[in-house]
Design a protein around this ligand. Sequence first.
Ligand code: CMP
Ligand code: CMP
Length: 384
Amino acid sequence: MSVYDEYIVKNVNPVLNQLTNDVIKEKPDNPIVFLIDLLNKRLGIQNTLSEKEELRILRQELARLKQNKAGSEEEKTESEDDEIDDLGPKKQAARSAVSAEAYGQWNKKGDFNPPVYPKTPEQHSRIITKLSSSFMFSSLDDKDKEIVIEAMKECIFPTNSEVIKQGADGAELFIVDTGILSCYKNIKGENKHLKDYHPGEAFGELALLYNAPRAATIIAKTDAILWSLDRDTFNHIVKDAAVKRREKYEAFLAKVDLLSDMDPYERSQLADAFVTSKYNQGEFVIKEGDEGNNFYIVEDGEAIATKTIHAGHAAEEVKRYRPGDYFGELALLKGQPRAANVVALRVLKLVSLDRHSFKRLLGPVESILLRNAKKYEEIIASLT
Ligand SMILES: Nc1ncnc2c1ncn2[C@@H]1O[C@@H]2COP(=O)(O)O[C@H]2[C@H]1O
Ligand SMILES: Nc1ncnc2c1ncn2[C@@H]1O[C@@H]2COP(=O)(O)O[C@H]2[C@H]1O
């Protein structure tokens, strides 16, 4: 651990942990004003300070921290003025050497106390099954999954009751245990039905991911049992990974022709389900005649499709793939063996969806896939 890491762990984290806990406890409308007040009170200050006084107090605090710290030789010889400079841009380069683990510890799982709602073994195993089929949770490790399961609260909604209201603040997300729910969005005064949610599916994540008002209304179409997960647990355990994945794929997905007419929300959900893979030059991704279970989109690199057109002769090139192109849809759409080989021409990075995710998430573009597949026949006709 560098001297900066040590400084943060020993002197910064405890202060920020305490402040974060105070803010969470009070939930003030304006956390900044609340924190300024709180710090003023801690320092015994009633009135607003002049810049000069602030600087004096800051120096006193730094001197106190310095005394507490078993500092390095370098730090022992530094003057207090230097230490104040240390907080400015002059030493940015040195400060950037602080490890990511040291920063942000006050905001991580360490000091977080998730709620615990006791469950029967049967409820526990039902939730595990639901989490495994929900893209956002399936990649959590076992420990985090356990925290999430314990924090989930059972909620019962009778037919026609409103679970989420568009425009309201969001405090939790939901996973469907039993029942069906309908999602509506008010667009220019008209209530548009967007989709239905079935057991295993999650909704209400957007308000938590992006601190936004609820983007749609969700109503129980039948009696429903849901598991709710509170904002704090979601933020601590699930949010970082989910936001990172969505941000990572956002620009890429927008460039995939096949998906360009898809609802942006549905498209963003693909990111949760993608699995990435890498192939070296000459490696087969798909072999003609094999059983097929995955659909692929090229993220980077180049590949070709080859197909046996003249029996007894080598397979011939029928298509080339570049970033944003897709393949492997035929076997999933038609339930047939793979109709061609697909081979990497150079290092190839792919994202893939399994059969279940393909059906669930690419249903809206199935007609485009089928229409495009007709073009294969034209290519083969031109080669025979
Ligand atoms: N097209 C859509 N746009 C926005 N939200 C949607 C859409 N389809 C489904 N939803 C879900 O509706 C939920 C309403 O609450 P949230 O905004 O928290 O999260 C939203 C999503 O989970
Ligand atoms: N002429 C073609 N005939 C059939 N499949 C093709 C052709 N050209 C490219 N392909 C792709 O190659 C893939 C091989 O696996 P699939 O049959 O699942 O889906 C196929 C298509 O995506």
